[in-house]
Design a protein around this ligand. Structure first.
Ligand SMILES: [Zn+2]
Length: 236
């Protein structure tokens, strides 16, 4: 039977106040413990080898790096790494985009290895999705809102690209080839920040030597995890 006298009511109010006070710090703690999810995309796989040069196959290197990133990220609390593939299999761009759309990660990082521009080209490049998309027609305010949302992802992508560029400098000093803005079938139109890293040139002898060295791979993975973490900590 419910207690309805004055004493009980006062007791109830005090309990409510205490509960409320008790809740405040725990809410604060949970806000600080936001989990971040990164979708790592090891490019190529299966019959699609990507760049092959000497013993380096792009699909193997991107896979190794992705697994190392996942391993390194385990040392950070509240940091989840998911992969678009975790073994040597072919995954289409549409399937990778679908994985991103379903998971809704805080950001997407696609790993590639570069080739070409002559045998002298070397170093790493970071790409973010281009500015080329424009919204035409339709409900004007909806279009503006969509545009603002798109710009937010673009700004975040640029910020992420900058963080990664700075972080990789610690592994490959003076090897950065700059941030590049380019259309990407993987990233364009996705509702999340995303960047593509071309980690080095398979066609450059020194780059190839470094990239196939497991200790360098681990250093790259560690740097990328630190960069992602820094990017999340500075999130508005
Ligand atoms: Zn590639």
């Amino acid at each position: 039977m419910a207690c309805m006298n004055k004493h009980c009511m006062r007791y109830g109010i005090i309990t409510l106040v205490l509960l409320t006070i008790g809740l405040v710090p725990s809410l604060g703690a949970s806000a600080q413990q936001k989990r971040y999810t990164v979708l790592i995309d090891p490019a190529h796989g299966g019959a699609e080898t990507g760049v092959v040069s000497d013993k380096l196959r792009e699909k193997d290197l991107t896979m190794n790096l992705a697994l190392l990133i996942r391993q390194e990220a385990k040392q950070k609390a509240n940091f989840d790494v998911q992969l678009t593939r975790s073994d040597d299999r072919a995954v289409t761009v549409a399937e990778r985009r679908k994985a991103a759309a379903v998971l809704k990660p805080d950001c997407l990082l696609s790993l590639h290895v570069n080739a070409g521009f002559g045998k002298k080209a070397s170093g790493y490049e970071v790409y973010f999705p281009g500015f080329q998309q424009t919204i035409v027609g339709g409900n004007e305010s909806a279009a503006i809102l969509k545009d603002m949302e798109k710009n937010k992802y673009l700004n975040d992508s640029v910020r992420l690209a900058q963080a990664i560029q700075t972080g990789l400098e610690s592994v490959f000093p003076r090897q950065g080839r700059g941030l590049r803005d380019a259309p990407s079938p993987l990233l364009d139109g996705l509702t999340m920040p995303g960047v593509i890293v071309e980690i080095g040139f398979a066609t450059h002898q020194e780059d190839r030597k470094k990239l196939t060295d497991e200790s360098v791979q681990r250093a790259v993975a560690r740097a990328l995890v630190a960069d992602l973490w820094k990017y999340f900590q500075k999130m508005p």
